[in-house]
Structure formats: structure tokens, C-alpha cells
Design a protein around this ligand. Structure first.
Ligand code: MRU
Length: 364
């Protein structure tokens, strides 16, 4: 992604080689702020406070967090502690555990003196692999968009609805759900995105809209409740969402509200696609509703809203009466039967055990 004409990733090793840099996503869309992350504690804070978020980026940040921990102390105790501290930051996105296991596998049996370098090497590889995977997802998803565009008359635009932010900001580059959108736009296809605002943290309104703006992709931010109405009126050609965990049988866990979009899509014969990198598949679980831990976050995210006033001040205000209880489930599960297809780096698959296993035998 280019920010002000400069190719920019969402996480990088700082010039002095002593820390990583991140974009503090809690400041967007109003301020573009980068932050230096130099310790295990800072890495854990960045993930937990959602300065970095989105399943693939959480994974990459955790891998770098292992490096930062081992740089300070490469003992077995420090290694186990770093894994535990980072693993406890967020419970739902499986990319976190996947990345921690990847780093663990390359450092565990090494002499202490080599551990930090080995962790950094694997973290860099995970970041590079994420970019390549997302480009693969982009190419495979682009074919779907091209197919829809070819069936339209008079160059009418292709309308994609997306939920939350499964974009460049949620990955190291390109995004998952957005990779096909960016590629279609770059190819000159007339594409338009409906971005669900995604209460309570507004990742659609704050992050997806921000990055679509930066890339020049036509888009419209809609309240979360709007998608069903648009689908009933033929205004959505396809839905593409990201995911935090896909089970062995193809159930999809993603940001709260995704399930309702899938139900509306099914009722209106709108194709519902999920874009996922292979590290998001969790072959150890099958029934997503029963087995995936759903993160519950603080009530303040529901009770409060932050925004920019007309005179440019950032303010947080309460929108719920004092004394009302609120609930904040961060994710839900869409059963495989509602998913039209899984857009992966190895092709568009049926949301079925056999298809996932055949495409990713080394993970199954
Ligand atoms: O709570 P968040 O903002 O980390 O949730 C992000 C999502 O739900 C994304 O859709 C998912 O991680 C896929 S990101 C490519």
C-alpha cells in the first residue's frame, strides 16, 4: 500500500535493527501515528490494546514480540514466558498461536546465543510470506470479480460488501478481503465497496474506509444494519469478508455481525466469500460455534464513541445511559453451509473438510 506515494507496510524492523515499527491503528482515521515497539511488554500491549489488529498482523507482531523477548533474555524460562504472555493477548485469531509455534519451532533446540537471530529470521519470513499469500488471495479473488464484471451490462460497477477491516491494515500488506478489490481497481474494473461501519470499534468506518480512500477505491460506509436492505434491492453483487479462524469443516469465525451478513446473503442469493490465508485454518477444531473461544472485550467499547469534532478535536463521549448493562462479544461464527467459497492462496475452495484437506495437506 502506498501512503503519500511511499510503499508502506504495517510492521517493519526499525532502521537501527533494535525494535519494530508499527502504525498505531487506535489513532486512525484522524491521525497517522507510527510507534516504536522495543520490548516483549510493548509488543503484548500493542496487540492487546489493538494498536495492531487483524489476524495476520497479530501473528506477525507476535513473532516479532518473541524476537524482542529473546534479545533481552534467551533463557528457556524467558522463552516460555514470552510465548505465554503473547498467547494471552487475544484469544480468537488462530494466527497468533500459529506464529508463536512457528518461532518456537526454530528457537527451542538452539543454543541461547543463536535464539534471537533465529526468531528474527522467522518473524521476517512470516511477514514476507503474509504478503505473498495475500497476493495469491488477490489473484484468485480477482477472477471472481472479473466474472461478475463480465456479466454486467454497460460497464456497471461491481458492488462488494465487506465487514470489519480485513484490509492492508489487518495484514502486513494487501489485506485478505481487500486484495482482490485492490487488484480489480488497479486493473481498471469499475468496483465499489460497501464498508460496514462495524460497531463497536468501527473498524469498517475508521480503517477500511481510510485505506480504501488512500488507494482511491470508490466506497460507501454503511451502518451495520444496512446490508440486508441493500441485498434485497440487488445492490450487492458479492460479499467478501476476512476471518480470524476457519475450522477443519469450514466454519468461519470473524468479527461480530458477520453471521448476520451471511444469513442475509443466503436469503437473497448473494455469493458470500471468505478470504483467508492458510495460517488462519485451525485443523484442531471442527464445530466453530462450539469450539472457538470468542473474545469478550470491555463495556466501554460499546458505551462510548470516539470521533472528531467540527473544530478538529478528538473527543470520546458516552452513548449509553448510566446504569445500563452492555455486552461486547467481539466475534461470531458463520457455519460452513452459509459460505459460498473460501478464497485462499491456493484457489477458491468449497467450505468443506475434504477441500481444505486436499488444498493444505501439510497443515491438515
Ligand atoms: O478485532 P479485530 O479488529 O482484530 O478483528 C479483525 C477481523 O475480524 C478481521 O476480519 C480478521 O482478523 C481478518 S483480517 C485479514
Amino acid at each position: 500500500m502506498k501512503i503519500d506515494g511511499k510503499p508502506t507496510r504495517t510492521i517493519w524492523v526499525e532502521g537501527d535493527g533494535d525494535a519494530v515499527g508499527i502504525i498505531d491503528q487506535t489513532q486512525l482515521p484522524h491521525r497517522f501515528v507510527t510507534t516504536r515497539v522495543a520490548t516483549l511488554e510493548e509488543a503484548a500491549h500493542a496487540i492487546k490494546s489493538m494498536q495492531v489488529r487483524g489476524a495476520p498482523l497479530i501473528g506477525a507482531a507476535a513473532a516479532y514480540g518473541m524476537w524482542l523477548a529473546l534479545k533481552a533474555d534467551a533463557s528457556d524460562e524467558a522463552l516460555e514466558r514470552a510465548y505465554a504472555v503473547l498467547h494471552a493477548t487475544r484469544p480468537t485469531a488462530i494466527n497468533l498461536k500459529w506464529a508463536l509455534d512457528e518461532v518456537m519451532a526454530v528457537v527451542r533446540n538452539r543454543p541461547r546465543a543463536e535464539r534471537a537471530a533465529a526468531a528474527l529470521k522467522r518473524a521476517n519470513e512470516i511477514a514476507e510470506e503474509d504478503v505473498a499469500i495475500n497476493q495469491g488471495i488477490g489473484r484468485n479473488g480477482l477472477k471472481l470479480i472479473e466474472g461478475i464484471a463480465a456479466r454486467k451490462k454497460n460497464g456497471e460497477r461491481v458492488n462488494v460488501l465487506t465487514h470489519c477491516n480485513a484490509g492492508w491494515l489487518a495484514t502486513v500488506d494487501w489485506g485478505t478481503a481487500t486484495a482482490p478489490i485492490y487488484m480489480a481497481h488497479d486493473k481498471g474494473l469499475p468496483i465499489h465497496v460497501f464498508a460496514d461501519e462495524t460497531r463497536p470499534r468501527n473498524q469498517g468506518a475508521s480503517l477500511t474506509a481510510w485505506e480504501l480512500n488512500k488507494h482511491g477505491v470508490p466506497h460507501t460506509v454503511i451502518p451495520d444494519n444496512t446490508g440486508g436492505h441493500l441485498m434485497q434491492h440487488g445492490m450487492v453483487d458479492l460479499v467478501i469478508v476476512g476471518t480470524d479462524r476457519v475450522t477443519a469443516q469450514g466454519d468461519v469465525c470473524n468479527k461480530i455481525g458477520t453471521y448476520l451478513k451471511a444469513l442475509a446473503a443466503r436469503d437473497n442469493n448473494v455469493p458470500f466469500y471468505v478470504a483467508l490465508p492458510s495460517p488462519t485454518i485451525d485443523f484442531t477444531v471442527s464445530d466453530g460455534v462450539a469450539e472457538i473461544p470468542i473474545e469478550q472485550r470491555g463495556p466501554e467499547e460499546v458505551a462510548m464513541m470516539t470521533g472528531k469534532t467540527k473544530d478538529g478535536r478528538i473527543e470520546t463521549v458516552q452513548i449509553v445511559p448510566d446504569g445500563s448493562d452492555v455486552a461486547n462479544y467481539a466475534f461470531d461464527v458463520t457455519p460452513a453451509r452459509l459460505v459460498t467459497g473460501l478464497i485462499t492462496e491456493r484457489g477458491v475452495l468449497k467450505a468443506e473438510r475434504a477441500a481444505l484437506k486436499a488444498a493444505f495437506p501439510e497443515r491438515a
